[in-house]
Design a protein around this ligand. Structure first.
Ligand code: M6R
Length: 364
């Protein structure tokens, strides 16, 4: 059943190009994005005043990325909430708000409760769900399925990647209907979307190099992940992946926030992963890289191909193929998934079933 792979997580990472294609292609038609299951007229899309994205764990991290994408492209204000917080904070429900609940399993107790909370206030709920017929899929007003197929490993990889695709498609669709994007840019972005599966495959092919690197860090105790904007969202996911399966303590930090406290933890040899995919923020994060470097950190940088001057400041660099800036998460997360996987494997842990964790969290 593992198809020759040692663990489901590796198999599922390798299924990402297909999962992305399967989620993407049914919604691309004649140069347009068609999401029939959205159940919204263009008029309703134009009327949206605010979007709540509500989820837990990695699904929440896709929401953090989506906030940048929706706000940047469609100019719709987005609030991203942890489902376990949303329920108890007495959120403000106004007309023309759309609630998006993101969940692989469709059974996460807090996400389901948040869905019910939103619905009971008359807010339209869209589910982005992987498991067909699950509770969230059944109770949402509309469901946009991610077609990742069954995910067995506790650490999510392919479902995460398909959730990102669902957000991109929605944001692009909303941007187009609301007249916020030119046809030319829209078409370029569709081409970039279509290139993602092959680009993910290319990054996966780099696995031996990442395994060699990971094997140097099996005994490490703390890792910091830094980035700005979407790169911060990527860092949050990279950090969760590592903690979850390798039991190494890690933290994701907005790079500009380091000097407000955390930099005191950096010492000789501390591993810092820096993500720099957003060109307009590149120089800012580069200076944060230099700051941690001066304090003795070992820096792993994930950045766009061509940014070779980073090699003066970072110790180890992974280059990403070119894509639209809003899609960078889909590429940058691949080496970070592989890194976590190989640290866990190298430590001889049960990669697929980390201690204390369940695949779907059906208790609050
Ligand atoms: O099934 P869901 O997407 O609702 O699950 C949400 C989280 O429990 C999940 O993403 C969790 O954080 C993953 N194990 C992370 O890899």
């Amino acid at each position: 059943e593992k198809g020759g792979y040692e663990f489901f997580m590796l198999k599922e990472m390798y299924e990402q190009p297909k999962a992305v294609t399967d989620t993407l292609s049914p919604r691309l038609k004649d140069g347009d994005i068609v999401i029939e299951e959205l159940g919204m007229t263009d008029e309703e899309i134009r009327a949206i005043k605010k979007i709540y994205i509500i989820a837990c764990g990695s699904a929440y991290h896709t929401g953090v990325t989506a906030k940048y994408v929706f706000e940047g492209l469609a100019r719709i204000p987005v609030e991203v909430d942890l489902a376990s917080e949303f329920r108890y904070r007495n959120p403000i429900f106004e007309p023309n708000t759309l609630a998006v609940i993101v969940s692989q399993s469709g059974e996460t107790a807090d996400s389901l409760a948040a869905l019910r909370e939103a619905k009971s206030h008359g807010i339209k709920v869209l589910g982005i769900v992987n498991v067909v017929g699950s509770s969230i899929a059944r109770e949402a007003d509309n469901v946009m399925y991610t077609w990742a197929g069954p995910e067995i490993a506790v650490a999510t990889t392919k479902a995460y990647s398909t959730q990102l695709i669902a957000h991109y498609l929605l944001a692009m669709k909303f941007a187009k209907v609301r007249g916020e994007i030119s046809e030319e840019v829209f078409q370029e972005m569709i081409e970039d979307l279509k290139r993602l599966p092959a680009q993910i495959e290319l990054l996966l092919a780099n696995k031996e190099r990442i395994q060699r690197f990971a094997n140097r860090y099996l005994a490490t105790e703390h890792v910091f992940f830094i980035g700005r904007g979407i790169d911060y969202a990527i860092s949050m996911e990279g950090s969760l992946k590592l903690k979850e399966i390798s039991y190494i303590h890690s933290e994701a930090y907005a790079a500009g926030e380091l000097k407000h406290g955390t930099i005191s933890l950096i010492e000789e040899g501390t591993l810092v992963s820096a993500v720099l995919t957003q060109e307009e923020l590149y120089k800012k994060t580069l200076s944060n890289v230099q700051e941690v470097k001066t304090r003795g950190a070992f820096v792993l940088a994930v950045t766009n191909a061509g940014n070779i001057e980073i090699e003066k400041s970072a110790d180890y660099v992974i280059y990403l193929p070119k894509t639209n800036k809003y899609f960078a998460n889909s590429l940058a997360i691949i080496p970070l998934q592989l890194f976590s996987y190989y640290v866990s494997l190298g430590k001889g842990l049960d990669v697929d079933k980390p201690r204390n964790l369940a695949k779907s969290v059906t208790v609050e």
